[in-house]
Every structure is written in structure tokens, then in C-alpha cells.
Design a protein around this ligand. Structure first.
Ligand code: ATP
Ligand code: MG
Length: 573
């Protein structure tokens, strides 16, 4: 239950709307009870006076009451739905924005812990489940309590003991059944939430991995696994539905028993009157209607387990502290960048082994540095630390003499252009895919950059409006790299981090791109991770990494003279 507290606190902002919803729900409930009670009594009383031959019976007032109750019930129901759903959607909106704003700073380090499908499920389905809390739990519960009080007090004017009997039965039902069904529904509710997450996650990975699964003939096996999860999910839904049916049957049974009890007791006497006549109908119909008001409560508590499970799953995300936090405020955009890494040691979260160890590196403003090393030696990780995707556990990274953590996020982003190892292509136009790096760039500037990076072919059909990615034109590995380089050129930052920018390009394009990089990166500080050993003499500094450490450092000539690892790499060429 404690898992719900932070979400109940969210309700505070919308308390008046929520309260109005509950009040309208109570008015509607009381109107329907009044309607049934009054019309039951009215019909019986009319029959009794008719049989007795008395024609002085005032039927105008009760008839007006019945009509009034019917209109109130209809209007009340309409406005109750309107107000309570409006309030719920506002709470959900607030909840979504809060969850999302807590989620954003976790990217990328904190989010790497969750799988994509799982994350989507929590942000969408689990947040949705929380709307049960108000609509299905709080509002009906408060409504039922008020109904019990009003009915008991109202009937006590006619007959105290009958009122107490009915009130007592209702209160006992409300106190016993909901906790009982909460207990019974909890394991199934948790199971449902977990299976729903599992299923969606399997479905997304099945859809995303279609190409591989088909090629390896594993699609069927994956589908079977998915279908097994689906079957268990259906099973849990069936158990939940069984429980709902049981709770409804039990409510009907208790309600019918209460009606019978009322009939039995009211037939004896009402308020000391041994011939109560039409008042019997009043008590019986009142019991019938009042139990209708209690009906939704047991069902609601059965879903509470599911709501709590969803709340817990959302809290697991929102309670994660971000791995990296940026200071607020505006920091000047540096025009030149010098880097200093001292004793930088880093291990990925929950990984015992350090990926980088005691990195000592000094890069002057405008220097070009090539980073070499075997696969897995930590080159990409080193670049990621420079973008503050993660912070090192030990050591310090200084940018122009200031710790990297002193820069606001926007200052750091405008100071850095990145060509990542895995380039993401958005399902959007070519223009949008480029403009994300430079929102104000003109079409001419975009076209010029495309021509410089050898991508003019992309302009052939629809120009910058060409649709790329899903549902549009896919790019080859080499084109994707060049698009990333085009983005980096457009971003025009003083520090450029390139992670294997010429990977997948043929020799001619590679040397063209390297020449372009050397030309446009004049005066900028460049760190380029590469597996290619051609053209490295152009670089001011070459570092060779192995197993998370820098094992060689210097310019081309010095490293060749040293005849170490770099020399061996070159010899193998
Ligand atoms: P390559 O040349 O293949 O790109 P690299 O030198 O860039 O290799 P990194 O990507 O920095 O290597 O990875 C260094 C080590 O860290 C590898 O052993 C890798 O498995 C591990 N690693 C990378 N990313 C993560 C992560 N998010 N969580 C845990 N371990 C990671
Ligand atoms: Mg890499």
C-alpha cells in the first residue's frame, strides 16, 4: 500500500475536481437509491389506498419526488462521468509528465538497465493502470461509505432497529469483502502486470529482430515462446475474471439476503406500527438499491493488487538517481577546447572489471588525436565519458581547465560534435535528420554539407524532403556514417569526437572523408577513434589503448621510432 503514497500525493493538485467527482458520484448513488425506495413505497401506498377506497391520497408530491430523483440520477451520472474522467485524465497527464521528466535525466546510463519494450510498457501501460485508483477504488469506496451513513440515518427516522440492521449488514460487507478480495486478487494482479510486461517485451524484440530470426529460422521458436507467455497471461486474466464473477455473485447473494431480512423484519412492524403496509416496500427497495451502490467496491479492491504492482514498477524507474547531473545556468560556449584527463578510471555499473584504468591524457586546443586499439579496449567508452554519458569513478576530466561536471548540459552540447559508432537514423525527412544537429541551418547549408560528404545522391528524388528510415529510404552503412559526419559538420563545435567515422567506407571514399575531416576540422580539437592506420601521420598525437589503458602515446614519427605496438600494427599493414 505504501507504494501508492507518492501517487496519492499527485492527486493533491487536482483535489477540487476529484472531490467534485466524488460528490457527484454520491449524489447519483443517493438519487438512484431515493428513486427506487420512493417509487417502491409510492406504488405500494397507491395500491393500499386504492384497495382501501381512500381517494384523499396525495400522489402529486411522491410522483414529483420520483421524477426529481430520476432526473437527478441521470444528470448526476452524466456530470459525474464528465468530471471524474476529466480529473483522472488530468492526474494521468500530470503523472506522465512527472514520470517522463524523471526518466529523461536517466538517459542513457540509467535507462540502459531497462529493456526498451519493458520501459515502454512501464511508461504507458503501468501509468494507465493507475487510473483505477481513483475511478475504481477511491471514488466507489467513499461513495459506499456515504451511502451507508445516509441510508442508516434516513431509515432510522422510520425505524431505528431496521435501519441499524441494514446499515450493519452493509458495513460488515464493506469491511469484510474488499480486504478478502484484495488478498485473493493480489497474486493474480501482480502476475498479470508482470506477464503483460513480459509479453510486450517479447513482442517488441520479436518484431525488431524479425530479419535475424527469419534468416536463422528461429522465428517459429520465438513465436512459441511468446505464445506460451500469452497463454499464461490469458490464464491470469481468466483467474481475475473468475474472481470478479465470484465477488459479484457474493454481493448478489448478500444483497438478496439483506432484502429478505428486511422483508422479514419489516413485515413484523415498522416504527412500532404493527401494520406497516407500504413501508415494507420502502425498506425492501431501499436495501435493494443500497446494495447496488456497494457492488463496485469489492471488484475494485480485487484490482488494487494490480494497481500497486504498477505503481511499484513506475517507482522503480522514477526513484533511480540519475548517474549524471548537470548544473543549471548558462555557461559560456567555449570557442576552443583543450582537454586534460588525469587518472580516469571507469567501470560500467554492476560490472566488476574497469573498462578504463588510470587514463592520463592531455590534448591541446586545436590538436588532432587518433585513438587506436583492439576491439573492446575501451575507445568508445573514453569518448562517451567526454560527452558525460557516464562519469568516471576516479580521476578527473578537465575542459579548458574546468571540470566537465561544471558545464551546463547545453554548454557542453554546443561545444561538442559527435559521430557515434552506432548512428541512429530517425524516421523523418532528410532535412529533419540533419537539422537535429543545427536547427537553424538553411536548406542551402544542408545541401552543401551533403555534397561535401558525398551524399548528393540522397537529394536526387525529393531533395531534402526525402523520407528516411522506417517507411522510407534505408541508408547503407557507409551512407549512414557520412550522414553522421554531415551532422557533426553542421553542428560546428570546437570539440569533435569521431568514433570510427570511416568504418564501412571503401578506400577512395575513406581518404576523401579523412581529407575532408582534416580540412574542416582545422583549428578544432579532434579525437578520432579508428581501426584504419592510413593517414595517421597527419595527427598531432596518436594513442594506442589496450585493455582499458593507454599503452603508447606520441606522434607518428615518435611511435614508429619506438617500434612498439603501433609499429607492429603498421608492419602488418
Ligand atoms: P570497438 O573497437 O569494438 O568499438 P571499443 O574499444 O570501442 O571497441 P568499448 O565499446 O569502449 O570498446 O567497450 C569496452 C568494454 O566495455 C567492452 O568489453 C564492452 O563489452 C564493455 N561495454 C561497453 N558498453 C557497455 C555497457 N553499456 N555496459 C557494460 N559493459 C559495456
Ligand atoms: Mg567502439
Amino acid at each position: 500500500m505504501r507504494a501508492l503514497l507518492p501517487y496519492l500525493a499527485l492527486y493533491k493538485r487536482h483535489k477540487w475536481r476529484l472531490l467534485l467527482g466524488v460528490i457527484l458520484a454520491i449524489i447519483t448513488l443517493l438519487a438512484s437509491i431515493g428513486l427506487l425506495t420512493l417509487s417502491g413505497w409510492f406504488l405500494s401506498a397507491s395500491a393500499v389506498v386504492g384497495v382501501a377506497g381512500l381517494y384523499s391520497f396525495n400522489y402529486m408530491l411522491p410522483a414529483a419526488g420520483v421524477r426529481g430523483a430520476a432526473i437527478t440520477r441521470t444528470a448526476g451520472r452524466y456530470f459525474e462521468r464528465l468530471v471524474s474522467h476529466d480529473a483522472t485524465f488530468r492526474v494521468l497527464e500530470h503523472l506522465r509528465v512527472t514520470t517522463f521528466s524523471k526518466l529523461l535525466p536517466l538517459s542513457p546510463a540509467g535507462l540502459a538497465r531497462f529493456r526498451q519494450g519493458e520501459l515502454l510498457n512501464r511508461v504507458v501501460a503501468d501509468v494507465d493502470t493507475l487510473d483505477h485508483l481513483y475511478l475504481r477504488v477511491i471514488s466507489p469506496l467513499v461513495g459506499a461509505l456515504v451511502v451507508i451513513i445516509v441510508v442508516t440515518v434516513g431509515l432510522s427516522f422510520l425505524d431505528l432497529s431496521l435501519a441499524l440492521i441494514l446499515g450493519g449488514i452493509m458495513l460488515a460487507t464493506l469491511l469484510i469483502l474488499p480486504p478478502l478480495f484484495y488478498r485473493a486478487g493480489k497474486p493474480t494482479g501482480e502476475n498479470l502486470t508482470q506477464l503483460r510486461g513480459e509479453y510486450r517485451q517479447q513482442l517488441t524484440s520479436w518484431l525488431q529482430g524479425q530479419a535475424e530470426l527469419t534468416l536463422f529460422g528461429a522465428s517459429q521458436r520465438y513465436r512459441e515462446q511468446m505464445e506460451n507467455t500469452e497463454l499464461s497471461w490469458h490464464d491470469a486474466q481468466r483467474r481475475q475474471a473468475d474472481l470478479t464473477a465470484t465477488s459479484q455473485a457474493l454481493m448478489l447473494l448478500i444483497g438478496a439476503a439483506a432484502v429478505m431480512a428486511m422483508l422479514w423484519f419489516a413485515a413484523g412492524d415498522v416504527g412500532g406500527n404493527a401494520q406497516p403496509g407500504a413501508l415494507i416496500a420502502l425498506f425492501v427497495f431501499c436495501a435493494l438499491a443500497a446494495f447496488e451502490a456497494l457492488a463496485p467496491v469489492t471488484g475494485a479492491f480485487q484490482h488494487l493488487g494490480q494497481v500497486i504492482a504498477s505503481a511499484t514498477r513506475i517507482t522503480q524507474i522514477t526513484a533511480c538517481p540519475p548517474e549524471v547531473t548537470f548544473p543549471q545556468g548558462q555557461t559560456e560556449r567555449p570557442t576552443q577546447v583543450a582537454l586534460q584527463l588525469s587518472g580516469v578510471t571507469f567501470a560500467y555499473p554492476e560490472q566488476p572489471q574497469s573498462v578504463l584504468r588510470h587514463i592520463q591524457l592531455s590534448v591541446g586546443a586545436g590538436e588532432h588525436v587518433a585513438v587506436l586499439g583492439r576491439t573492446g579496449s575501451g575507445k568508445s567508452t573514453l569518448l562517451q565519458l567526454l560527452t558525460r554519458a557516464w562519469d568516471p569513478q576516479q580521476g578527473e576530466i578537465l575542459l579548458n581547465g574546468l571540470s566537465l561536471s561544471q558545464f551546463s548540459e547545453s554548454a557542453l552540447r554546443v561545444a561538442t560534435s559527435v559521430v557515434p559508432q552506432r548512428v541512429h537514423l530517425f524516421s523523418a525527412t532528410l532535412r529533419d535528420n540533419l537539422r537535429l544537429a543545427a536547427p537553424s541551418a538553411s536548406d542551402e547549408a544542408l545541401k552543401e554539407v551533403l555534397i561535401r560528404t558525398g551524399l548528393e545522391k540522397l537529394l536526387e528524388d525529393s531533395g531534402l524532403n526525402a523520407w528516411l528510415g522506417e517507411g522510407g529510404r534505408q541508408l547503407s552503412g557507409g551512407e549512414l556514417r557520412r550522414l553522421a559526419i554531415a551532422r557533426a559538420l553542421l553542428h560546428d563545435a570546437p570539440l569533435v569526437l569521431l568514433d570510427e567515422p570511416t568504418e564501412g567506407l571503401d578506400a577512395a571514399t575513406e581518404s576523401q572523408i579523412l581529407a575532408l575531416i582534416a580540412q574542416v576540422m582545422q583549428g578544432k580539437t579532434v579525437l578520432m577513434v579508428t581501426h584504419r592506420l592510413r593517414g595517421l601521420s597527419r595527427f598531432d598525437q596518436i594513442i594506442v589503448m589496450d585493455n582499458g589503458e593507454i599503452i603508447e602515446q606520441g606522434n607518428h614519427a615518435a611511435l614508429m621510432a619506438k617500434q612498439g605496438r603501433y609499429y607492429q600494427f603498421k608492419q602488418r599493414l
